[in-house]
Design a protein around this ligand. Sequence first.
Ligand SMILES: *Cc1c(COP(=O)(O)O)cnc(C)c1O
Length: 499
Amino acid sequence: MNYQSTRDSSLHVTSAVAIAQGISADGGLFIPSEIPQITMEELRSLADMSYKQRADVVFGKFLTDFTAEELDYCTSGAYNTKNFDSENIAELTGAFGDAHILELWHGPTCAFKDMALQILPYLLTTSLKKNGEDKEVVILVATSGDTGKAALEGFKDVPGTRIMVFYPDHGVSSMQKRQMATQEGQNVGVCALEGNFDDCQSGVKRIFTDAAVKEKLAQNGMMFSSANSINWGRLAPQIVYYVSAYVDLAKRGEIAFGDTVNVVVPTGNFGNILAAYYAKNMGVPIGKLICASNINNVLTDFINTGVYDRNRDFFATCSPSMDILISSNLERLLYILTGGDDAQIRDWFGKLAKDGKYEVTADVKAKLQQDFVGGFCDDADTKKTIHDFKEQYGYTCDTHTAVAVKVYRDYIAKTGDTTKTIIASTASPYKFSASVLEAIEGKAEGADEYAQVAHLAEVSGLPVPQSLAALKDKPVRFSEVIGKEQMEAYVLEKLGIKA
Ligand SMILES: *Cc1c(COP(=O)(O)O)cnc(C)c1O
């Protein structure tokens, strides 16, 4: 299996090179040259395997340059009960009508990002070894709240790596901010940015692909890589849980092997739902991919019209991890839908950079609409959904998951579709206690987030994750706020490199 760049089809690298580099030098994203297949017989054979073993099977198809021993080292290091509070790693709950909720937040930072970021450091350090690379790796991360913490936990004190995280100062929940500000580890840095997530992401991408900066790092024995979902090492692990959830549904007798299921994903950067698209195209019987957005509904419009237009107001919502107007991973999908037309991708993404807007061809739009359904909901509906779902089923979901539930409900109201459905649940409600309590009780408790956490425990009956409870007594280590034009200087200074 080779990896190409979405902006240069002639490029052929191994998965180890793609993972180590994170992003291609031409600004494109690495993408496998074909989508490997999984047969129904193979899916059946996964039924009696652990999550870790299922991961070995899926990774074995994508990371063909890794040996079985290397994969085993990576998957056993990541998917165990030391890191996850569920034996199943990803917990499938329900049924709620025809829907099951796939809880992807049983890892150390209580968001679905752990599913990939617990294993990425293993994949990355193994890749470096395979590539004969001896440089220190500097991971730059742009986060809308959850990636940052998950990446910090994954990479803290991993030898040969350093990690720096940028988050929008006013764009994350207070629990998310506290998680990052109190981060432990000798090789970590956290910095707030005056700007939104897109500013963080653009800044990081610019630094990554700046030849002069790269040269300075090389002279100092360092190289950049990425822990954002532009890195294929983030995407591949996310495919596993869709394969695994399908197998679990069949194992429980909710479906028969071969039956179609729909998938609903609360979406921001389009990484999670793209992983579901890969699972579908590997041969997992997935029907509709329902892309749920909050009021920053650039993807809903795109799916409905074929026009991607980021020239619109940006809203800070109660589902902040989805407050994104430039969804990076869409580039991978469009590369696939154009049949690998790198010139077309360069044209569209050039327009996006220049005018903030592009329109896909009628053919690509038709293909897009064959698989994807787009929907969105605002904060009022998000909160109403949390309230109503709890009333109906006694289940408390976080704000992001609630967006998915609402968009799913709108979809079935409109279509009458009774296909069994997997709703991806991307965060623990405790990460967004204030909003969740406000939704359930019509008001939030005072300002102290730990009073809110305690109260949410009473209201929801869910155990408080140990990792969040422990933050209460940890000292704040990082409180710096910089302007977006200062990012490059900040990075070089922290690395001890003269600008
Ligand atoms: C990152 C995140 C999302 C969006 O996922 P993408 O892969 O960026 O689409 C949704 N919900 C939560 C809680 C997240 O942390």
